[in-house]
Write a protein that binds this ligand. Structure first.
Ligand SMILES: Cc1cc2nc3c(=O)[nH]c(=O)nc-3n(C[C@H](O)[C@H](O)[C@H](O)COP(=O)(O)OP(=O)(O)OC[C@H]3O[C@@H](n4cnc5c(N)ncnc54)[C@H](O)[C@@H]3O)c2cc1C
Length: 592
């Protein structure tokens, strides 16, 4: 597998990757495809047909389905064989995540089990804890859950009030109420965060059967009706000393690293949901007749389908590129410490993916409802359920605002610490753009205009980040609006570069992956649409940020530099979207 082995998180912003240096969905090997197919068949044949029963809160069925996914090995991808796992690479976990994402309610149940319950025990558990819990979680015999949030502390997770009081025998007594616990209604084991002596944020493995542990009523939710969400009540709950997870006072490491991996997995689930929704929209558009024609023949609908495909394409490009980076670093060993270092290394990319994928799927599902017209608004068709189910993706695993703030925040921190040569790159760039420009001559190779546009977007990101760090110094964190604009630029730059590299790789390797020329052209169309529109968004975000930071001559100079950098000639996206839509309709499915 070709991966960017020596690449550091965030370094893509200042270094160019060759098309061959990124992992893409086209590079899945037979083993990865096979586990993906197993997962997809399981969801299509066993889970989706049962969705009504799940939505009626048939948790016995939910438990059976988790067990069934355990039998198929789907819960085991991340876990070493010593604990009953399959010890596969992260690409395999992601392809399973995509398949499971076809049923959002079950994906949430599944994600809490694999990402939120198994991951922290795997990375932070003692040998005895791993032996005791992992094999039974991996088989689905035990159901896991993760209890970080409270009614007063969601984004501000470290503000938790749940308390753990040390007892003379080394055990703990936990008290407090946790909120919004996925799988709460039927979980056997909870990863619970509470403050030892009211101060030291720590994690515990809490079993439902421990005295003083109970769960509350199901929440009445907008969506994900087939997934359980309840409070967890800890009323002087007795937790043995050996169920402390990790070290006292180090719970934040467990909480945040679990979320880093959770964001990658959420990206996979959003991606899988997007693929399925495009298929659904396409089939409906091909069959639904108005004015004596299928609605898929109207430009307004073709435009929608084409844009849905382009956004989905970019999400997949980011997802597999990021996962390839993670697997690349894990090739040097994948013990718990290495896994943690890797998750931290690519935390920026995981946040980018979380924001981009959750917003792309909301766009896709909104257009899916629109393409279904009135039928999109009634329960006879699944479009309505998908639309409601997806909304929470922008809220959990760190809200999109929090993730957006994290992206430039982490970049700035790495730049200051010297791990990422952002400051010299920004300085060099400012010298370049303030000097009379020697613009690169446009080439006419395929995707060359997009390559230049991506380079420009990355330079704009550096310019905005560099100016923000210089303008606000240590007070940068207080300037959230500027940080959000910077994050949007970074997200668009990563999405655009990933989409372009994917398409360029397909062209380079068309023969090896046995692709027809029209399929290669389709990849290029998706990348070109995405890059073109991202460049326009980047310009807007940069103007917002620069105008907030500078005025007068300084602002005029920066805006002139921005214009020079982003000299992107618009492409005919009408034709490209039609090309994407027509291929999608002809195949009655997402074409990649
Ligand atoms: C269906 C569902 C399942 C869930 N499952 C779990 C689970 O299994 N385990 C678990 O622990 N939790 C779970 N959660 C909780 C979820 O993680 C939180 O809802 C989420 O972290 C947001 O916290 P909050 O709801 O308190 O919102 P708040 O933190 O109050 O945020 C409200 C708004 O303010 C913004 N905001 C907050 N702080 C800042 C800031 N510093 N700067 C800028 N904007 C800010 C937010 O972005 C948001 O827009 C679940 C929630 C839902 C709805």
């Amino acid at each position: 597998m070709a991966t960017e082995t020596a690449v550091r998180g965030g370094s893509w912003l200042i270094e160019d990757a060759p098309p061959d240096g990124v992992f893409t969905r086209e590079r899945l090997n037979d083993e990865q495809r096979m586990i993906g197919q197993t997962a997809e068949e399981f969801i299509d044949h066993e889970v989706l047909p049962a969705i009504d029963r799940l939505e009626q809160k048939d948790w016995a069925l939910a438990r059976t389905l988790v067990q069934r996914s355990g039998e198929l090995g789907l819960l085991a991808t991340d876990v070493p064989d010593a604990y009953g796992g399959l010890d596969l690479d992260k690409v395999s976990s992601v392809i399973v995540g995509e398949a499971v994402g076809r049923c959002a309610s079950f994906a949430t149940t599944f994600g809490a089990q694999t990402g939120l319950a198994i991951t922290p025990i795997l990375c932070f558990g003692t040998e005895a804890q791993k032996q005791k819990y992992l094999p039974r979680l991996v088989s689905g015999e035990l159901i896991g859950a993760y209890s970080l949030s409270e009614s007063g502390s969601g984004s501000d997770a470290l503000g938790a009030r749940a308390k753990a009081t040390r007892q003379p025998d080394g055990s703990f007594v936990l008290s407090g109420e946790k909120m919004w616990v996925t799988n709460g209604g039927f979980a056997d084991v909870f990863i619970v965060f509470a403050k030892v002596d009211g101060e030291l944020f720590s994690a515990f493995i809490v079993e439902r059967g421990f005295p003083g542990v109970s769960t509350g009523k199901e929440e009445h939710k907008l969506g994900l009706l087939g997934s359980s969400t309840t409070p967890l009540v800890l009323q002087d709950a007795k937790v043995p000393a050996e169920n402390l997870l990790g070290q006292i006072g180090k719970g934040h490491k467990i909480a945040f690293n679990t979320l880093n991996y959770g964001r990658l997995k959420l990206g996979a689930m959003c991606s899988g949901g997007g693929r399925m929704a495009i298929q659904e929209a396409t089939r409906y558009a091909a069959e639904r007749q108005q004015f004596g024609k299928p609605i898929a023949s109207f430009g307004a609908i073709r435009q929608k389908l084409g844009e849905m495909v382009a956004r989905q394409y970019a999400v997949e490009a980011m997802l597999y590129r990021t996962t390839g980076l993670v697997d690349g670093m894990l090739q040097g060993g994948h013990g718990p410490e290495r896994i943690l270092a890797t998750l931290e290394e690519f935390a920026i990319e995981a946040s980018i993916l979380k924001v981009a994928s959750s917003e792309a799927i909301d766009f896709i599902l909104d257009e899916n409802v629109q393409i279904h017209g009135g039928n999109g608004f009634v329960r006879d068709y699944p479009a309505e359920r998908h639309y409601r189910d997806a909304r929470v993706n922008r809220i959990f695993e760190g809200t999109n605002e929090i993730n957006r703030l994290l992206i430039p925040g982490m970049l700035a921190r790495r730049a200051i610490k010297g791990g990422l040569a952002l400051i010299p790159a920004a300085k060099k760039l400012m010298d370049e753009i303030l000097a009379p420009a020697a613009m690169e001559a446009p080439g006419d190779a395929p995707l060359d205009a997009e390559r230049r546009a991506v380079t420009a977007m990355k330079k704009v990101a550096l310019m905005v980040l560099g100016t923000a760090m210089q303008t606000y110094g240590e007070k940068l964190a207080d300037e959230q609006e500027v940080l959000l604009a910077a994050a949007d630029i970074v997200i668009d730059a990563y999405g655009s570069e990933s989409a372009r590299l994917r398409a360029a790789q397909v062209r380079l390797q068309g023969d090896r992956v046995r692709l027809e020329p029209d399929q290669i052209a389709l990849h290029e169309a998706a990348a070109r649409v995405y890059v073109n529109d991202a460049a326009a968004r980047v310009e807007m975000s940069a103007k917002t940020a620069l105008a907030a930071m500078a005025e007068g001559d300084t602002l005029r100079t920066l805006l002139a530099a921005l214009r020079r950098l982003l000299k992107v000639t618009p492409v005919n996206t009408v034709v490209l979207r039609r090309q994407l839509a027509d291929a999608t309709v002809a195949r009655r499915t997402y074409p990649f």
